[in-house]
Design a protein around this ligand. Structure first.
Ligand code: MG
Ligand code: FE
Ligand code: FE
Length: 171
């Protein structure tokens, strides 16, 4: 455990931060797998565009898990050691893509990103001016989640509009 690094925390316990980060860590792994499996099973109109986005997001979530595990260790904590712990620690849960239709999958993923945005925004409030390293890391992750929501919503809207257009033309 790196003592000086931990000593710069101001008015917050390292364990408080690692507990929050382990919950986010669980979320990131579940988000990674959700995107991974969605990119494999997704069906329907414009699915190639969706596959590109889902695959990129899976890679981003895995990168977030890497960043978070590093910070937990710096703070003297232990990242969750077993996948079964993901389900007991997660904030945002996991939704299996049982309906593989592209619009359903995008809708589920948008919900997941909205949850992630709220959770990270909360961690910023808790760590602001108290744990500057975690605060900065979470800010960069949050910026990715905001971009993810926007990408998915824009794609959802495009596909939705495209379907409406087709319906109009075949009437
Ligand atoms: Mg994207
Ligand atoms: Fe993430
Ligand atoms: Fe995300």
């Amino acid at each position: 455990m790196a003592k000086r690094g931990i000593s710069i925390l101001k008015g917050i316990e390292a364990q408080t931060v690692t507990t929050l980060l382990n919950k986010a860590y669980a979320d990131e792994w579940l988000a990674y797998y959700q995107y991974f499996i969605e990119s494999k099973v997704v069906k329907g109109i414009m699915k190639d565009a969706a596959i590109t986005e889902l695959t990129q997001h899976a890679a981003d979530e895995l990168r977030h898990a890497t960043l978070i595990s590093g910070r937990i260790i710096q703070l003297g904590g232990t990242p969750l050691l077993s996948p079964k712990d993901w389900f007991t620690h997660t904030n945002c849960g996991y939704e299996a893509p049982e309906d593989a239709d592209v619009l359903s999958i995008l809708k589920q993923s948008i919900k997941g990103e909205q949850c992630a945005i709220s959770i990270y925004n909360g961690i910023l409030d808790i760590t602001r001016e108290k744990d500057v390293i975690t605060y900065d890391m979470v800010s960069t992750i949050l910026a990715d989640e905001v971009e993810h929501e926007e990408d998915l919503q824009a794609l959802y809207d495009d596909i939705h509009e495209f379907i409406a257009e087709i319906k109009k033309n075949i009437q």
